[in-house]
Design a protein around this ligand. Structure first.
Ligand SMILES: C[S@@+](CC[C@H](N)C(=O)[O-])C[C@H]1O[C@@H](n2cnc3c(N)ncnc32)[C@H](O)[C@@H]1O
Ligand code: SF4
Ligand code: SF4
Length: 485
């Protein structure tokens, strides 16, 4: 069974609240659809409250991080419901059978199915159709499996690396609950990332939106700048924690943090993080959820590796840490370190790795080195148009981005560019027409034939060639979708 495909494409577990069924894996697998290209390190928890142990990985990625401990997860997860559950007859048998074949596969299926065979079957069918459409380059694929929704474009901070600072007409709109519900009900995605160029926790209805998603068995993630995880909001959020809560910390000292996250108060935000993490560690947050810390690496926090390690380790209740280099195009050029700075960092890191006191610490510094090393190679800039045209991205076939003003874009990188695919009606309806409409079809067609000519896509590092070659091996399983003109 092609696990790599499951990891890439089936990684959207239902979040039905059956707390004990798949404690680790549902979280772990849930990461994958969300993720592009990042370095990440997972802090594996051995019970709550518990000690962290380092595991995993350093992989390239953009914007979000990944960690996936399938092998570890298999010892804790089973397909279907737990043995003492009354509904376990059919599912229990399947559980036993699949676990017999492969415990890892069983764990993946649990995360994907939410513990129900029927949900699993429906989702596998949908996945199969989408995979077929991607492989065939069908210009009108089935409705997207993943959505990114900017629930608000209002933000209280002015981060120096954020593209928001270059965008006009911000701080104006928050998507109402009924509009949000209409969008979700029309599309029925499997995974929703409530993220854009605003601060999601400013949205007063964010918790209602999370409840709506959970009731529909849709996985969710929310990044936050942490300012509003306080008072009643903290308790509300804890009770309805998204499947993935991402805490942004772009600076591990007061000096670097406040230089980057302008208007942010380092002490207050870290205290907010500490409290929600402590609630998590003592079991006061919704079960089967993940908390991760994310840092956008840039000039002003380049040398924060020691302080960041200490800070992340001090937050009991955190599952993983992700590091992403701020990218050309998105951030101000001044925020990107030059080669000399990166080389100086690497000399320091070499020393730090040698004297690190634990494997955890060593892995953390290696991650820092590998992510910052991307600025030394800058492969994308060096690419020819021909090679970019061959580097296909399948995002427009399975995912979509909707901003707070109801505009639809293929992905968040393209927000406020000419690649607007349409605008939803004021009640949130109309997605299906846009998804199948001439603009989206033309965009997909251009993607197939001349990605290098699409502004934004040319510089984007996303490359799904290996995933496509895996899909090619599955041609016998996938439906035949004809490329449509
Ligand atoms: C755009 S913000 C939106 C959510 C929330 N306001 C926050 O700051 O977490 C989501 C994440 O994107 C990161 N980010 C913003 N601009 C970036 C850039 N140019 N390159 C990489 N990451 C960036 C932020 O640091 C943050 O962790
Ligand atoms: S990174 Fe987040 S907090 Fe900072 S300006 Fe952008 S949206 Fe606001
Ligand atoms: S290649 Fe284009 S559509 Fe794909 S992720 Fe990059 S910017 Fe978005």
């Amino acid at each position: 069974m092609p696990l790599s495909i499951l990891q890439k494409w089936l990684a959207v577990a239902s979040s039905r609240p059956h707390a004990d069924t798949h404690p680790y894996l549902a979280r772990a697998v849930g990461h994958t659809l969300a993720n592009g290209l990042t370095g990440a390190i997972a802090l594996r928890r051995e019970g709550l409250p518990g000690r962290h142990q380092t595991s995993v990985s350093s992989r390239r990625a953009a914007f979000e991080m990944r960690h996936l401990n399938l092998v570890e997860a298999t010892s804790r997860a089973a397909f279907g419901l737990t043995a003492d559950n009354a509904r376990s007859t059919l599912e229990g048998r399947l559980n036993t059978a699949v676990r017999y074949i492969s415990p890892t596969l069983s764990a993946v299926l649990v995360a994907f199915s939410g513990g129900s065979v029927w949900t699993l079957a429906a989702r596998l069918l949908r996945l199969r159709k989408t995979a077929g459409a991607i492989r065939a380059g069908n210009l009108t694929p089935p409705a997207p499996l993943k959505l990114q929704i900017e629930t608000t474009d209002v933000c209280n901070l002015q981060c120096v690396h954020c593209r928001r600072e270059k965008l006009e007409d911000m701080n104006t709109t928050t998507l109402g609950l009924s509009v949000f519900e209409r969008i979700i009900s029309d599309i029925e995605p499997l995974y929703v990332n409530l993220a854009g160029f605003g601060e999601p926790l400013i949205d007063r209805e964010i918790v209602q939106k999370l409840i709506f998603l959970r009731n529909k068995g849709i996985r969710s993630s929310v990044p936050t700048n942490g300012t509003y995880i306080r008072n009643d909001k903290r308790d509300e959020l804890a009770a309805e924690l998204p499947d993935i809560l991402q805490l942004s910390i772009d600076g591990a000292t007061k000096e670097s943090f406040e230089a980057i996250r302008k208007r942010g108060n380092f002490d207050a935000i870290v205290e907010n993080y500490r409290k929600i993490c402590a609630m998590r560690a003592s079991g006061q947050t919704r079960p089967n959820t993940t908390i991760r810390v994310a840092c956008a690496l840039q000039r002003r926090n380049l040398f924060d590796y020691r302080a960041m390690y200490a800070l992340v380790r001090s937050l009991d209740g955190v599952d993983s840490f992700g590091l992403v280099p701020v990218s050309h195009g998105a951030a101000q050029a001044a925020e990107i370190p030059d080669k000399h700075e990166v080389l100086a960092l690497h000399r320091e890191l070499g020393e730090a790795i040698t004297v690190a006191e634990s494997d955890d610490e060593k892995s953390f510094y290696k991650l820092w080195r590998s992510v910052s090393g991307e600025w030394l190679t800058d492969k994308i800039r060096a690419c020819s148009d021909a090679s970019i045209d061959q580097a296909r991205c399948s995002i427009p076939w399975f995912s979509s981005y909707i901003d707070a003003k109801r505009r639809v874009y293929p992905c968040c990188y393209l927000t406020r560019t000419e690649h607007v695919m349409g605008t939803l009606r004021t009640d949130g309806s109309g997605f299906a027409e846009i998804w199948a409409g001439p603009r989206y079809r033309a965009f997909r067609s251009n993607h197939l034939s001349a990605r290098s000519k699409l502004s934004g896509c040319r510089k984007c590092p996303r490359n799904d060639v290996s995933m496509l070659s895996t899909l090619a091996k599955l041609h016998w399983f996938l439906p035949r979708a004809k490329p449509s003109g």
